[in-house]
Design a protein around this ligand. Sequence first.
Ligand SMILES: [Zn+2]
Length: 136
Amino acid sequence: MCRKGSKLYSIIARKCPHCHEGEFLVSRNPYDLTRAGDLRPSCSVCHRKFEPEPGFYYGGMYASYALAVAQSVTVYVAVTVLAPASAQSTRLFWVLGALLLTTPVLYAWSKALWANLFIGYKGVQRQPGEDSKWLA
Ligand SMILES: [Zn+2]
């Protein structure tokens, strides 16, 4: 399920959505805040572009929002189940704390998720008739 060739692998490992081998982001460390979310212009392995048009990754905000909501609901339910007598302020503390700690990772995953919604796995070799908007 999470092997090279699956979208889940490309998203979690933040690999090139075209070939799943090259790096997708400039920095492997999502907590490197000076370069957080910075994309490479193209893949170092298959040489395909990551951005077909300016503003392509604005849609990644929706993916980021969805990931943050899913995480917040999960943390809230987990705290409620594990500590049923906890106050709402305690649950809110855990939700906000988890969001604060994981925001850089969610941001990196959201860009990879957005790219994988529109880019399918093609392998390293170029295929005949490939869409030229992805070619560097
Ligand atoms: Zn590639």
